[in-house]
Design a protein around this ligand. Structure first.
Ligand SMILES: [Zn+2]
Length: 174
């Protein structure tokens, strides 16, 4: 269980770490965190889905010929965090990762930021994409969050089901 203050602090620390990783880099940084509502931000399943997704993103970069310079993973109480530094420009990486996210079973649970060393954060808006939809309905996710449309329990059930399905598939294929 984490508090709002812990979440805010973790965000500040993450931004500092991102700046440190971008320092001296010509290319872009991928930052992967999990999008988990409620006060329990990590669990063995969440950490496994995160690590598996980070590795999948790394393989995807390699397969596309993008050069991975560095990777790191942290497992904080406030949620797992992963970073990948690439020597490539951020816009095309973001485009590739939006597609990855949309095709992936747990894509909706991933927060994938791409920060270019010159252009800064590459937002979905650059690709004329709408903001992300709610987990449970067709409304904009921020609207449902603000209005408290769905209970935390409903949201957690959705997330647990998604993660279980994904992890079962991974475990069957090994
Ligand atoms: Zn909704």
């Amino acid at each position: 269980m984490v508090t709002d203050v812990m979440i805010l602090n973790s965000r500040v620390k993450r931004q500092l770490n991102q700046q440190k990783l971008l320092n001296g880099l010509t290319g872009c940084l991928i930052s992967l965190t999990m999008n988990i509502p409620g006060t329990d931000k990590t669990s063995p399943d969440i950490a496994e889905v995160h690590l598996h997704s980070l590795n999948a993103i790394e393989s995807l970069c390699n397969k596309q010929g993008y050069k991975v310079l560095y990777k790191e993973v942290h497992n904080h109480k406030t949620g797992p965090e992963g970073f990948i530094c690439l020597e490539n420009e951020g816009q095309m990486i973001k485009k590739m990762l939006i597609e990855y996210e949309e095709k992936n079973e747990v894509g909706r649970l991933l927060d994938i930021d791409v920060i270019d060393s010159f252009q800064g954060l590459i937002s979905r808006k650059r690709f004329n994409l709408p903001s992300r939809k709610c987990f449970l309905c067709d409304e904009n996710a921020n609207v449902c969050r603000r209005n408290g449309t769905h209970s935390i329990i409903e949201l957690q059930e959705f997330i647990t089901d998604k993660m279980e399905g994904y992890l079962n598939t991974i475990h069957e294929n090994h």
